[in-house]
Design a protein around this ligand. Structure first.
Ligand code: GDP
Length: 695
């Protein structure tokens, strides 16, 4: 039966060139329209059987390759789709102007040397750039079985084919490369640099007084009458102390800090870590220290709540020293200040110390460069539209500037400072609230001034199309499986680990064992360790620092698991120390053995327990995620720490035995050999599957 078939497909199928097929078809009198024939299989066979052997030479691109294979898709997918539907119309429309165009194209200027062709150029663009007339381009590509129109976009491969056939040297350039070029850290001449205010982020454990400290600091300025009295929240503010400005990021905590860092925004110069004098070092204090250290920013410790009767400052110093944060008076290099945010004690000293640390850091920027900075936050204001706070880090931002931040672009129509006062310009370390973006820019996004609004729009558009590639690149986060390959590529010099364990003892033993691992080029670094389950903060830290998470007898919380998935962070959980060191050692030399992957099937929360004298303790559960199956392995988690690992002895729905119980249903679970189950425990059902490893 007659069927429409592309000449290029026939060539691929027969393992020959398009020219060869065309020659055979022509000799056999078969008509080819737009690179397509409408005949049955037999006719083609006959053409090959009866027509004289192919005289047409096989056209080879430089570099060669099997003739059948090399004619893959010459025109990019989008373009050929467009071309397929509208080709006829385009050609008809084009006919009237043909003479004029042909005349133009009649004597194209042949370039000498290397020609840069932007990816995505049209036939017309390529004609001008390479000095090949458009009819020649169209004819040549037709010879390869592809029909193109003058306005159509050519694939990179098609441009290379044309260049090879016409003896031109080309380099395909991509917008993304150009943009990356621009985004590279700007280098300023030392003479252009001027001192700039320090940017501070306040971190620490919940309820230790971060917000109170930020408020108290801000109010010192209000009290002095320097601010207008009413301050508004725009994500950052500044205070003047000793005639110098200090910038504070208004969102306390390391979650926001690390989320920004994970996007590449290096905003903070100094981390102020607040520790309540009556409470001491707590898990989030330890996390904050790890996050600040991983970012490489100096730490100023604020021992807060010293007004409290049970405040014990010496104990705090002791505990912090154990975390490697040692006060200067003890020979360390960390500044400690004692304060009470509530009673406003020590605030002046705190600001003095920040200035001192800033002086040591010698913070400078070029105020005259084209402005750039990072988006701190953005929101949709019902009256004003998109409102974004940008912290300028270089140059000076002016009203009227065209700006781009990721996919958002626009022109700065109005600008205000944190007091709500209109601003005309904002220099380095100044937080400015701007109106004029066409859509909400993402917090942490790099923002910069460009020539005009059109350029801004075009860059934003290019970024939007680039996002897919970036999403793919994200999956290239470091995993233990590809450590070796990345070492070989010279991409990994430190193997960063975040280590979480069930108890302090095993954490210490494990850390010690890990730090003993030797490799000639790679250093194993534990950037954070702690007791307890793997949480979201661990995942963000790992994501920002390209680290792998090791969980020893602990599990990630469901939120941490899903975050790890989106961030592409590798979480490895173990129950035996030597298995951890064995895996890391093997990964470093590229000999990681096939592993068994655990697939979590579901989780059930224990809502009540019943003692059945003969059987043991039955846990009355609610399945909160996924499914619990009778034959699955099961772990008992108490605050994300594994307290038991075994199997299910019986699974019941009402009085009936059940094979599985789905999310949202209640069930009774009796564990095999474990009766210490308690209210609030989580039972996690899992299966182990072998993961095939690519060699
Ligand atoms: P955050 O969670 O770290 O932001 O802590 P908050 O700033 O919300 O403070 C938690 C609680 O501690 C609040 O009830 C504050 O009033 C109180 N607080 C904060 N600083 C001090 C202080 O210096 N002394 C006393 N006594 N209480 C304080």
């Amino acid at each position: 039966m007659a069927k429409k078939r592309k000449v290029s497909d026939i060539a691929t199928q027969r393992g020959t060139s398009v020219d060869d097929v065309l020659a055979h078809l022509k000799k056999a009198g078969i008509e080819v329209v737009d690179g397509v024939v409408n005949v049955d299989e037999e006719a083609i066979e006959k053409a090959y059987a009866t027509a004289p052997s192919a005289g047409a030479p096989v056209r080879r691109r430089s570099g060669g390759g099997p003739a059948g294979k090399k004619r893959r898709v010459i025109i990019d997918a989008g373009a050929s789709r467009r071309g397929g539907g509208q080709g006829g119309r385009d050609r008809r429309r084009g006919r009237g102007r043909n003479r004029e165009r042909d005349q133009q194209a009649a004597a194209p200027v042949v370039p000498t040397g290397l020609v840069k062709v932007p990816s995505g150029s049209s036939v017309k663009d390529v004609s001008q750039l390479l000095g090949i007339s458009t009819p020649d381009i169209i004819k040549t590509l037709m010879g390869y079985g592809e029909m193109v129109t003058i306005t159509q976009t050519l694939s990179d491969e098609a441009v290379e084919v044309l260049a090879a056939d016409f003896g031109r040297q080309v380099e395909i350039t991509r917008a993304a490369d150009e943009e990356a070029e621009l985004e590279k850290e700007a280098v300023d001449a030392p003479d252009d640099l001027r001192p700039r205010p320090a940017v501070i982020t306040v971190m620490g454990h919940v309820d230790h007084g971060k917000t109170s400290l930020l408020d108290a600091v801000r109010e010192t300025e209000v009290a002095r009458g320097e601010a207008g009295g009413i301050t508004q929240h725009i994500g950052a503010y500044q205070v003047r102390h000793d005639g110098r400005l200090i910038t504070f990021i208004d969102t306390p905590g390391h979650a926001a800090f690390t989320a920004m860092r994970a996007r590449g925004a290096k905003v903070t110069d100094i981390a102020a870590i607040v520790v309540a004098a009556d409470d001491g070092v707590m898990p989030q204090t330890v996390e904050a220290i790890a996050h600040a250290k991983a970012a490489g920013v100096p730490i100023v410790i604020v021992v807060n709540k010293i007004d409290k009767p049970d405040a014990n400052i010496e104990r705090i110093k002791q505990q912090l020293a154990e975390q490697g944060v040692v006060p200067e008076e003890w020979g360390g290099d960390n500044v400690f200040v004692e304060a009470s945010a509530k009673k406003r004690i020590g605030l002046e000293n705190f600001l003095d110390m920040l200035l001192l640390v800033a002086d040591v850091a010698d913070l400078k920027a070029n105020p005259d460069a084209p402005a750039s900075g990072f988006v701190i936050e953005s929101r949709l204001d019902p009256g004003r539209g998109v409102v974004a706070t940008v912290l300028v880090n270089r140059g000076t931002l002016h009203v009227g500037d065209a700006v781009v931040a990721g996919e958002a672009s626009g022109r700065v129509r109005a600008m205000r400072d944190y007091r709500g006062e209109p601003l005309k310009a904002g220099g380095p370390s100044t937080p400015v609230e701007i109106i004029g973006f066409d859509e909400l820019p993402v917090a942490g996004e790099f923002c910069r001034v460009v020539k005009d609004e059109r350029t801004a729009r075009s860059l934003a558009h290019k970024r939007a199309t680039r996002l897919k590639t970036e999403a793919l690149a994200r999956q290239r986060a470091l995993t233990l499986d590809d450590v070796f390959a990345r070492i070989a590529e010279g991409q990994v010099l430190d193997l960063n680990l975040v280590v979480k364990a069930d108890v302090q003892g095993s954490l210490e033993a494990l850390s010690e064992a890990l730090l003993k691992i030797q490799h000639p080029e790679v250093k194993v670094r534990i950037i954070h360790s702690g007791v307890g389950g793997v949480n979201e903060s661990d995942v963000m830290l790992a994501s920002a620092s390209d680290a792998i998470i090791i969980g020893f007898n602990v599990r990630p919380s469901p939120a941490a698991s899903s975050l790890a998935e989106t961030e592409g962070v590798d979480i490895r959980t173990y129950r035996v120390i030597y298995k951890v060191t064995e895996d890391i050692t093997a990964a470093l030399v590229g000999m990681l053995k096939p592993t068994f992957e655990e697939v979590v099937l579901g989780q059930a929360e224990v809502r009540a327990t019943f003692k059945a004298s003969k059987l043991g303790t039955i846990a009355g559960c609610m399945v909160t995620h996924g499914v619990i199956t009778r034959n699955a392995g099961v772990r008992v988690l108490r605050n994300d720490v594994v307290v038991h690992d075994g199997r299910i002895a019986s699974l019941k729905r009402f009085q009936e035995d059940a094979r599985e119980v789905q999310e949202g249903f209640e069930c009774g679970i009796l564990l095999d050999g474990f009766n210490d189950v308690k209210d609030g425990d989580v039972l996690e059902a899992f299966e182990t599957r072998e993961v095939a490893r690519e060699v």
